[in-house]
Design a protein around this ligand. Structure first.
Ligand SMILES: C[S@@+](CC[C@H](N)C(=O)[O-])C[C@H]1O[C@@H](n2cnc3c(N)ncnc32)[C@H](O)[C@@H]1O
Length: 387
């Protein structure tokens, strides 16, 4: 059986755990989430442990680099459950001492006691779902924390964790460039070492989608969105927060190691309802996808030790497309040699010359990267490159 560089025991692995439960489901969210009901978390812990072991048995040859608890709202997990999962994962794959372990948390679950317990359990990086720093917009977004609570959560988090990030959503109904500038200035003054700034997207199946269809929700137009993006780039750059990815900004040394694994086309195990993964076995890279419905997932793990709905080999063309899609999100761009190894001549001279001329990408002997202007219209850039 051929052994690819990816089967090298030194290959880095990220582990993603999806906790799909939320106190309430936000009206804009189309992630794999459901409203939490009373449950026995110890029983669910058992399912996660079994599924992780299943993946380790198939892909033991990795070095652990990061763990990410995402959701849903993983801050609804009891800290001892989180601790037991971290210990189990570290026993499955060799881990460095400086392992990045992130947890997404809602400001409403961020009392000093809870945060101290998560830090004690092994979380090193907290990512808070702040979303907005004014109460009217927080209400409009269906959130149940207020801005004072969000500010306190960020400040408390800085006491307990090595790295603190928070998410803001911009392009909200009624938001102006001036309001966004003031809000982001306030956000930066809190001095997180990482910020994720997402443009509000209206996804089919969400309450916001239905409201927009009934003309009860009006969003800033395309020009407005572009102006918000530009404001974010300028303010973050002035504050020393590098735009290392389209929506992510970090202080020096504070980039998210786990997300970089995705964007650089690395391997990761995805466990829990609806989680995706990319693992390499015997020289072949696979896409893994776990069943979405929590109940079905639990039943599947009980029955067969895992909830994988699919584990499909990825063709060289699939991997090429994915590497380009992910890598152009990054400021550092993509290594052309890696693209060439997957699909020789896959990035054509014609397409790159055209995009270079338009100031949307740069290309040298080693690398292709989107410029700031290109990253603002990334979908169009990718369409041209993949045509
Ligand atoms: C699924 S949430 C989970 C984190 C946490 N439970 C929370 O509610 O903040 C992850 C992040 O995705 C972003 N997000 C979700 N839906 C979005 C949308 N339609 N538009 C923009 N950002 C969105 C939010 O910023 C959110 O913090």
């Amino acid at each position: 059986m051929p052994v690819s560089p990816r089967d090298d025991p030194d290959t880095d692995l990220g582990v993603y755990l999806h906790w799909p439960f939320c106190e309430r489901v936000c009206p804009y969210c189309d992630f794999n989430v459901i409203r939490a009901r009373p449950m026995d978390q110890s029983e669910w812990l058992g399912y996660y442990l079994r599924e992780l072991t299943y993946f380790q048995e198939r892909a033991p040859h990795y070095k652990l680099r990061s763990i990410f608890f995402g959701g849903g709202t993983p801050s609804l997990m009891r800290p001892e459950i989180v601790g037991a999962l971290i210990d189990h994962i570290k026993a499955l794959w060799p881990a460095p001492r400086a392992l990045e372990v992130s947890l997404e948390a809602n400001p409403s679950d961020a009392s000093p006691e809870t945060l101290a317990a998560f830090a004690g359990a092994g979380i090193t990086r907290l990512s808070l779902g702040v979303q907005a720093l004014n109460d009217k917009d927080l209400q409009a977004l269906g959130r149940w924390h207020d801005s004072a609570q969000a500010v306190r959560a960020v400040e408390n988090a800085k006491t307990y964790f090595q790295h603190v990030s928070f998410d803001l959503i911009y392009g909200r109904p009624g938001q102006t460039r001036g309001l966004w500038e003031a809000e982001l200035t306030q956000a930066l003054a809190l001095k997180p070492d990482h910020l994720s700034l997402y443009q509000l997207t209206i996804e089919p199946g969400t309450a916001f989608y239905r409201a927009r269809a009934r003309r009860r929700l009006t969003l800033p137009g395309e020009d407005g969105m572009a102006a918000f993006y530009e404001t974010a780039q300028d303010l973050c750059a002035n504050a020393g927060m590098e735009a290392y990815e389209v929506s992510n900004h970090a202080a020096p040394g504070a980039r998210c190691v786990h997300n970089l694994i995705y964007w650089r086309g690395g391997d990761y195990v995805g466990a829990g309802p609806g989680a995706h993964g990319r693992i390499s076995v015997g020289g072949q890279r696979y896409e893994t996808l776990i069943v979405k419905k929590p109940k079905d997932w639990a039943a599947s793990v009980k029955r067969r030790g895992h909830g994988a709905a699919r584990m499909e080999p990825l063709s060289a063309q699939d991997q090429f497309t994915e590497l380009l899609l992910m890598g152009l999100r990054l400021n550092e761009g993509v290594d052309l040699a890696r693209l060439e190894a997957l699909v020789p001549g896959g990035v054509t001279r014609d397409a790159s010359a055209e995009l270079q001329e338009a100031g949307l990408i740069t290309r040298d002997a080693r690398n292709i990267r989107a410029t700031q202007k290109g990253r603002a219209v990334l979908n169009a850039v990718l369409q041209r490159l993949l045509a």
